[in-house]
Design a protein around this ligand. Structure first.
Ligand SMILES: NC(=O)c1ccc[n+]([C@@H]2O[C@H](COP(=O)([O-])OP(=O)(O)OC[C@H]3O[C@@H](n4cnc5c(N)ncnc54)[C@H](O)[C@@H]3O)[C@@H](O)[C@H]2O)c1
Length: 325
């Protein structure tokens, strides 16, 4: 029997020693894509693929054998064409629990920075100015703010508990959530219209899918309160960035804090980069020493189960495509 094959397409962890050791221990071939060769060729016949941000579509996925396992370093699986994976009879896993707390920290920090207008003060101080607090615009207390979470899963709930500790009232919109379970956490599940109309800050915590693409568009922004803020630590494709520019330009949107954008990276001359009312971080919400260590070890553990034919810990449901090969 020929050796199994493990391929790492890319990893934000930086060091692939655990993946290499796994392959060696299990007697599998090991390859780490260097970005220059043809990825589809490298993936040909791979049994286990660990992947982070590289887009994987039909060209790449059709080269994998039926039942091959794709493991996403992270939570969102939107870099993998799930329909193509289903067509090819593949299995897809993610690592749902490696660092939800740091993403919640990041979303909370961005909310605080917007509401407390940290960037305006900081920029002025760095320019040698000492602005008066009253001269910078409206600054409200966190205890009077309503934050609307779109998506009420793991990260949203951790964000809610942080914001509640600061005094915020938390609403959520999530068509699949359990209202009673959320009520026990003092999170009120509301309609989409109510969330937009009542929230001073709208924070996104849902997956990017065909149906959630550009969920935040001109209409959604117009339905938000005058001067409200938008925070996105989920996925860039959830937001129509041109609509955000229009809403900021008219003053209807008070500011935006975006960890994720469309595209990534945002081009150097993108208009959002030069706006003082936009806070940008380069998709780093997930990153901490601890979360990266957990991400790598949980992904490698899943890889070991895949190579040994054991049950997978975190399989992602794939679209039903009728027949699979
Ligand atoms: N910026 C980063 O570094 C980073 C890191 C990790 C995760 N993420 C993103 O954060 C998102 C949330 O992660 P999570 O761990 O909380 O996931 P989760 O699966 O625990 O929660 C997602 C929630 O979104 C809800 N949802 C699905 N469709 C919806 C819709 N149309 N409208 C409203 N809600 C909807 C689901 O019911 C679920 O409760 C992920 O999808 C991922 O894209 C970003």
């Amino acid at each position: 029997m020929s050796a199994q094959k493990v391929v790492v397409t890319d990893t934000a962890v930086g060091d692939d020693s655990l993946e290499r050791e796994l392959a060696e221990r299990e007697g599998a071939e090991y390859h780490h894509w260097d970005g220059s060769s043809d990825l589809a060729d490298l993936l040909d016949g791979a049994d286990v693929v660990l992947t982070n941000f590289v887009p994987l579509g039909p060209d790449e996925l059709s080269r994998l054998p039926k039942d091959a396992v794709l493991i996403r370093y992270g939570i969102g699986v939107d870099n993998i064409d799930l329909a193509a994976a289903a067509d090819a009879g593949l299995r897809v896993c993610n690592v749902p629990d490696y660092g939800a707390n740091v993403v919640a920290d990041h979303a909370t920090m961005l909310t605080l920075m917007l509401v407390r207008r940290v960037v305006a003060f900081d920029s002025a101080m760095h320019r040698g100015e000492t602005p008066k607090a009253a001269g910078i615009g409206t600054i409200d207390s966190l205890e009077s703010r309503v934050v609307g979470l779109v998506g009420a899963g793991r990260i949203a709930q951790l964000t809610a508990s942080r914001l509640q500790a600061l005094g915020c009232t938390v609403l959520a919109f999530d068509p699949y959530a359990d209202a009673d379970a959320l009520r026990e956490k003092d999170i009120e599940l509301v309609t989409w219209d109510r969330l937009l109309a009542e929230s001073h800050v709208v924070s996104l915590h849902l997956p990017l899918t065909e149906s959630t693409y550009h969920l935040i568009d001109d209409d959604a922004l117009a339905a938000m309160r005058e001067g409200a803020y938008l925070v996105n630590t989920a996925r860039g494709g959830l937001v129509d960035h041109e609509a955000v520019e229009r809403a900021l330009g008219s003053g209807h949107l008070g500011g935006a804090a975006l960890d994720v954008t469309e595209p990534e990276p945002l081009p150097a001359d993108h208009p959002l980069r030069s706006r003082a009312d936009v806070i940008l971080t380069p998709h780093t919400a997930f990153y901490s020493t601890e979360s990266m260590a957990r991400l790598q070890s949980l992904a490698v553990d899943e890889g070991r189960r895949a190579l040994r034919g054991e049950d997978l810990r975190a399989p992602v449901p794939l679209p039903d495509r009728g027949t699979t090969r």
